[in-house]
Design a protein around this ligand. Structure first.
Ligand code: GTP
Ligand code: MG
Length: 306
């Protein structure tokens, strides 16, 4: 996709958050009647837009001290300074999403709560890798519902990927084992294992997920090479609570933030790096394969402050 098409999709996808959250922020900065308690008003706006208390306070503290240090009072300059602070918060580095290993398949595990977008993410990633002529093997370790494997099979067909699936109710660990086994034997470039959605509070289900990760590591030491936690952006701060539990159970290496197009709560993206310490690797700004994008902090900030 062209760079321009990519950015306009991102900008369109972030429309609700931009209008809701950053529209409010912009008014604060450029409405001269409000300057007296700008920082206080900013604090309120950011917290109510799901940026999170801790992250909001840190942002404002940095903004205040930078503004003082640099002697900035002009609202436009202050607004640009805020933009820089948000960028610093998100981490201005391109996340590694090459997902390539020398002489072995790259193995990825996908987890998250119910309906967050795991299967779609697995499918979309398979689709993109397939377009690069990579040999992709999907593993349907969501054995909870037969429909889950069906859904992944459709993505496999669309992507030219192979798929390993067992019967409904089968042990997800066994599916993971067989998928890695087959992927190594078939010399796959990428193995992507989808799992069933689960509530972070269900201890037995979280144990099951840990087991899947252990089984993968046992079958192929050093794997999984990437554990993606899929978070639904519409859940805002709740999503962050879930994420904390998932990171306790799994060695999460990256976040996929989906459904940014459906929410004004995109502010939670700002809290993820700071509160979880894990990079956002991909974002979903719509339902088509092109709407799954690599996360680039600079583009994201540009689209938000637009
Ligand atoms: N608008 C929008 N919809 C999305 C996005 N990502 C996923 N969806 C939709 O969200 C719904 C749930 O997606 P799934 O991929 O089935 O979610 P899941 O996490 O696999 O769900 P379970 O396996 O039931 O836990 C589907 O209708 C997707 O099309 C996105 O970025 N934007
Ligand atoms: Mg699913």
């Amino acid at each position: 996709m062209s760079e321009k098409g990519f950015f306009s999709r991102l900008k369109k996808g972030l429309g609700k958050t931009r209008d809701g959250l950053f529209g409010g922020v912009k008014r604060l900065f450029f409405d001269s009647t409000q300057h007296a308690d700008l920082y206080e008003a900013l604090e309120e706006t950011l917290i109510s837009a799901d940026v999170g208390v801790e992250t909001t306070l840190a942002l404002i503290e940095n903004l205040r001290s930078q503004a003082k240090e640099q002697g900035i009072q002009d609202p436009e300059k202050l607004y640009n300074l805020l933009k820089e602070e948000v960028l610093a918060l998100l981490g201005d580095d391109e996340p590694d999403i090459s997902w390539r290993r020398e002489g072995e398949p790259h193995i990825m595990l996908i987890a998250g709560v119910n309906g967050s977008g795991k299967t779609t993410t697995a499918g979309k990633i398979a689709y993109h890798l397939g377009a690069e002529k990579r040999k992709v093997l999907l593993g349907a370790a969501d054995t909870f519902r037969a429909a889950a494997a069906e859904q992944l099979t459709i993505w496999a067909e669309r992507s030219g990927a192979d798929i390993i699936r067992h019967q409904e109710g089968a042990d997800p660990g066994a599916v993971a084992w067989d998928t890695v086994d087959a992927g190594v034997a078939r010399k796959a470039d990428n193995i992507i294992i989808d799992t069933a959605g689960r509530l972070h509070t269900k201890v037995n289900l979280m144990e099951e997920l840990k087991k899947v990760q252990r089984v993968i590591a046992k079958r192929h030491p050093g794997a999984p090479h990437e554990v993606l936690l899929v978070l639904d952006a519409t859940t805002g701060q709740n999503g962050l609570q879930q994420a904390t539990q998932f990171t306790r159970a799994l060695e999460v290496t990256g976040i996929v933030l989906t459904k940014l197009d459906g929410t004004a709560k995109g502010g939670m993206a700002l809290a993820i790096r700071k509160e979880l310490g894990i990079p956002i690797k991909m974002i979903g700004v719509g339902e088509s394969a092109e709407d799954m994008q690599a996360f680039n902090a600079r583009d994201f900030v540009e689209a938000l402050f637009g």
